[in-house]
Design a protein around this ligand. Structure first.
Ligand code: FUB
Length: 329
């Protein structure tokens, strides 16, 4: 039996896991990660090394309890529309059901977002026959708001294909904006009451600086790359995300779920490995950041491990920056 989990150490070591989306369901913390495969293939900027084929669900009864692996809850073979690459998922609860949202390439090689349902937070999940109509790109994150409206945030550059959707249609050769132009933002759509379709055409989120000016594409320390997560704190919406090439998790704040979001600062300094991906959750009286790094595989980018650490707010609502390798008690 696995030992109790500790902050900043892998939740599990018998499989590689990444892209953790953590939620409190039924009094426990459930973690919905990607399941990285152990292979010797090479890496490229298109992310071909991330060739995941299934999802596991993890859970914790307490932040110092053993981590339970509930096993495989969904496999690529059981998703009719998907051809490969089960990337970062998220889960949500509504209508007495649990929903797993996940990106994968369709049979034309285009990333789409699918949904699967279960009566249990630990699955198994049954995939819908087709992807969510009009969905594209990667890294879905769902916020069920206090008024029970649900919003899905998504999008990722490079291998995640967000650049290719600037006209609303897939343009295989499209590139991102010039460095002096506004950066591409993640997309948001409200989900229908049954959570299986978009209520409206996805809207691009604007991320601005303290003067209200858009963050520019060349501002790689602050511009959106991938891995959106939205949580609420003191009535405000916090959008956090990866900056990709500069390997940080940063955040921006808004009074509205669809922005504009004002850039605030860094949550997580770069971790071992190229990618960084996170979620933020309150459990009992504390807040936690779930993240991954490649320490367990000595830096192999596609063999990552999910970890957690406590996240702290300052009195003014800003978030204290975390260096996961320099943690004080
Ligand atoms: O795990 C595959 C991709 O790597 C995710 O979708 C991105 O967020 C990055 O972590």
């Amino acid at each position: 039996m696995a030992g109790n989990v500790k902050p900043n150490e892998p939740l599990v070591t018998h499989i590689f896991t990444a892209d953790p989306s953590a939620h409190v369901f039924e009094g426990k913390v459930y973690i919905y990660p990607s399941h990285d495969l152990d292979h010797d293939g090479t890496s490229n900027d298109n992310g071909d090394q991330y060739k995941m084929k299934d999802y596991h669900v993890l859970s914790l009864e307490a932040m110092d309890a053993p981590c339970v692996d509930h096993g495989e809850v969904l496999h690529l073979d059981d998703i009719p529309w998907a051809s490969k690459q089960l990337w970062a998922p998220d889960a949500a609860y509504k209508n007495g059901k649990y929903y797993l949202f996940f990106p994968a390439r369709d049979h034309d090689g285009i990333f789409r977002i699918g949904a699967a349902t279960s009566s249990n937070p630990s699955g198994p999940f049954k995939a819908e026959k087709d992807y969510i109509p009009d969905s594209f790109s990667i890294d879905p994150a769902v916020l069920v708001d206090d008024d029970n409206r649900a919003y899905i945030y998504f999008g990722g550059l490079w291998g995640g294909q967000l650049e290719k959707w600037q006209t609303g249609k897939f343009a295989p050769d499209a590139e991102g904006p010039d460095p002096a132009e506004p950066a591409l933002g993640p997309r948001v759509a409200e989900l229908s009451d049954d959570m299986l379709t978009f209520k409206n055409e996805p809207k691009e989120i604007s991320i601005v600086d303290e003067q209200g000016e858009p963050i520019l594409a060349g501002d790689e320390d602050r511009r959106y790359f991938e891995g959106p997560w939205v949580h609420k704190y003191n009535g405000l919406y916090y959008l956090s995300y990866s900056t990709g090439t500069t390997h940080k998790i940063v955040y921006a704040v808004s009074e509205n779920p669809d922005g504009p979001f004002e850039f605030k600062g860094t949550i997580l300094k770069p971790v071992t490995g190229w990618t960084t991906h996170h979620s933020i959750v309150q459990f009992r009286d504390k807040w936690y950041l779930f993240y991954h790094d490649c320490s367990l595989s000595d830096g192999v980018d596609h063999k990552r491990s999910v970890k957690f650490t406590e996240l702290k707010y300052n009195e003014d609502g800003t978030i204290q920056t975390i260096d996961p390798y320099d943690v004080q008690d």
